[in-house]
Design a protein around this ligand. Structure first.
Ligand code: ADP
Ligand code: MG
Length: 685
């Protein structure tokens, strides 16, 4: 098998230079790549349905005979070539139509029977099927693979190339999964899996092939991350002599919750008791007080004579943290500074000088911290907030600015533990699962759009009483046709500004396409209370703290992931006023109703995350791409059972061979290297 990754696909029959280029665009260069180019979907041609029983407007396979030769003509309007024929089976007939295909009339013969695959729809002149895919029954009565394609490269060519490539599989392929693992978890061999993932004979085979490949991929990911973790640990960390947390607590206007104390203790242990650098994720629900935890950890680092850096994804968050840090640390003699892109070049230079000389103890900043000219005297602690916005490599860049500094990663996105173990497999985890006392519950209401006017007057009333509100619109994709009349944030705000009852309210707009500086300006105006009502897309999601805002209304709420809704809801309930989250949705599907009901009844972010994972899979946690993780070909994170099994397997492997040196793990180790080669994690090489 490894040899096939060095064999160009040009060696396959029918693949010339032009095709090679097209395949390259799909990331397929070698025969090995092609074999691992798994179908995105399948068409089941194994069980044709009678025409009369075929559901309309969804993909079906029919087996039917051409009654007459195809008729070829021109369409009247645009002068396109049009080829038509009627095909029938015992139950009925349907018209098949192809546009601009010169060859089709010679490919489909009168009197012959074919399998046709496509959607049937009803028109005034009867049933029709536009451009169905077809094959002779003897060639195609099974499950057909469907691949992701690129311009000019039809599915047929990819499928043929794959079946050609399958003939090149060596008789005996080395299976990266040792026999004992396959036996123990009941997994098929690699040969079966690769053949059947492309060309299964039935649904059972497909299931088994998929299960085997998913298992291997998750295992390789899991083992790789664990391996990274242990190798990054081989370095000597800075061992702090003393824990200053008790002093720090006297600076706070409140008492730590038990969960906060636990998280801080975990960090302090990492930094004082072991010779390895800390490598920890602190996860806490919105409002659980992560900033104070970070401040406590910084305090001990700084009191031990070192510098700390706190990196956040946006300027507005940087300013917010700067404010809270300076207020907590104000009488301690600790020097805190802000380093962001919007500073004047002169100020940036000044701050960088003072970081290098060690005069600044704690710097809070954005990506500006990562530039080459940012140097520290003795950086011993690096903290990143809202970690999933930063990639592994950005984390590494920040760390490279010190001599094996401690790393603390904060995340406000509660993730089910199984998932966290995979995604943050290289980090130790502390969870803040408790909110500070006295928090008011946020009332969550679910309404349909008929009640919007009433909701708006409720918002109006609260603004008149001196408070502020958010309205969140879902992202409208460019070119998306929106049958529901989805409005973009801009259109929505414009309508409000024309609304008799709302137009005298200072309204601000915030969306992703704005320049960072413009966004900051709007956010600052909102924070200062100059803007009363903020209409926005989800860009406000991350950590923004405006205690005076007490209502958030979310339009088309069913379009958001639950974790995302929970993050959005966390924008309110930060002050003393009673707060509300109004979810607007006209979607009555059982799925949507269940999701919105979960939001109404649950305020615990971890429970919501669990439910979200069950209902929609993990895409919602981080958007499509998991930052900094190697790209997975087949596994998702949706099936927690798969994840649990591979974790169990990882543990057993590491127990048996902690450094993966056992000979039967050679294949797995090679796969780990291959998977991680693209993320630049050289520890594995
Ligand atoms: P998040 O975890 O979402 O980052 P923050 O750190 O912004 O939460 O904290 C939210 C608010 O709660 C802040 O105003 C903070 O001062 C306050 N807070 C944090 N910890 C406590 C505590 N133990 N008791 C009371 N208030 C707290
Ligand atoms: Mg925060």
């Amino acid at each position: 098998m490894p040899g096939l990754f060095f064999k160009s696909i040009e060696e396959l029959k029918g693949i010339g230079k032009k095709r090679v280029e097209q395949f390259r665009r799909l990331g397929v260069n070698s025969v090995g790549d092609l074999l691992m180019y798994y179908p995105r979907d399948y068409e089941d041609w194994s069980d044709p349905i009678p025409i009369a029983e075929a559901p309309l407007d969804e993909n079906v396979c029919i087996k039917a005979t051409l009654r007459t030769p195809m008729r070829v003509g021109m369409t009247s309007k645009r002068g396109m070539l049009i080829s038509k024929a009627s095909v029938e089976d015992e139950s009925g007939w349907v018209k098949i139509i192809y546009f601009n295909n010169k060859y089709i009339s010679s490919m489909l013969q009168a009197g012959e029977t074919y399998l046709f695959f496509g959607k049937i729809n009803r028109t005034d002149s009867g049933l029709q099927m536009i451009s169905p895919v077809f094959s002779k029954p003897e060639d195609g009565g099974n499950i057909h693979p469907i691949y992701h394609l690129t311009t000019g490269l039809p599915n047929r060519i990819v499928a043929n190339a794959v079946s050609e490539a399958l003939t090149m599989l060596p008789k005996m392929i080395n299976d990266p999964l040792p026999q004992w693992i396959r036996d123990r978890w009941n997994l098929q061999g690699l040969d079966f899996a690769i053949r059947k993932i492309h060309y299964p004979d039935n649904a059972d085979e497909l299931f088994m092939a998929k299960r085997r490949l998913v298992f291997e991929e998750l295992l390789v990911l899991n083992l790789g991350l664990r391996y990274l973790k242990s190798s990054s640990r081989a370095e000597n960390g800075i061992v702090f002599e003393k824990d200053y947390t008790a002093d720090f607590l006297s600076l706070l206007p409140f008492k730590f919750t038990n969960a906060q104390s636990r998280a801080v203790r975990d960090c302090i242990n990492d930094m004082t008791k072991t010779k390895y650098p800390m490598n920890r994720l602190v996860q806490g629900d919105v409002g659980s007080g992560k900033t104070a935890v970070a401040a406590a950890v910084c305090y001990t680092a700084i009191k031990n004579g070192c510098q700390a850096a706190f990196m956040v994804p946006t300027e507005i968050l940087a300013q917010q943290h700067y404010k809270s840090m300076t207020s907590i640390l104000k009488d301690t003699g600790i020097r805190v500074e802000l380093l962001t892109g919007s500073l004047t070049p002169k100020n940036k230079r000044l701050i960088r000088e003072n970081l290098q000389s060690g005069e600044i103890d704690l710097v809070i900043g954005t990506h500006a911290l990562l530039t080459d000219d940012t140097e520290f005297k003795n950086l011993a602690l690096a903290i990143t907030d809202e970690q999933h916005r930063f990639g592994v490599s950005q984390r590494a860049t920040l760390l490279s600015k010190g001599n094996h500094p401690h790393l603390l990663v904060m995340s406000a996105t509660p993730i089910p533990r199984t998932l966290a173990l995979i995604i943050y497999g290289d980090l130790d985890i502390s969870v803040i699962d408790e909110l500070p006392p006295g928090r008011q519950k946020i009332d969550t209401l679910v309404i349909d759009s008929k009640k919007r006017t009433r909701a708006l007057s409720f918002i109006r009333k609260n603004i008149d009483e001196g408070r502020q509100c958010y309205i969140v619109c879902p992202l409208v994709e460019e070119g998306e046709n929106s049958p529901e009349g989805l409005l973009s944030a801009e259109e929505y705000a414009q309508q409000l500004m024309m609304n008799e009852d709302m137009r005298d309210i200072p309204i601000g707009i915030l969306h992703g396409k704005m320049k960072p500086a413009d966004k900051e300006a709007v956010m600052t105006d909102f924070k200062n209370g100059d803007i009363k009502l903020l209409v926005s897309t989800t860009v406000i999601e991350v950590g923004v703290d405006v205690p005076n805002a007490n209502i958030i209304m979310i339009e088309n709420a069913d379009r958001f992931g639950l974790s995302q809704l929970h993050q959005l809801r966390g924008r309110v309930g930060r002050g003393s006023e009673k707060s509300y989250c109004i979810l607007v949705s006209d979607n009555n599907s059982p799925d949507a109703s269940r999701r919105l009901k979960t939001m109404k009844n649950t305020s615990n972010g971890f429970k919501i995350a669990d439910e979200d994972l069950k209902l929609r899979g993990p895409g919602d946690f981080f958007g499509q791409k998991q930052h900094g993780l190697p790209e997975l070909k087949i596994a998702g994170f949706g099936n927690t059972e798969d994840i649990k099994e591979t974790q169990q397997c990882t543990e057993e492997i590491l127990k048996a061979s902690p450094d993966l040196s056992s000979p039967d793990l050679k294949g797995l180790k090679a796969e780990i290297k291959r998977l991680f080669s693209k993320t630049g994690d050289t520890a594995l090489n």
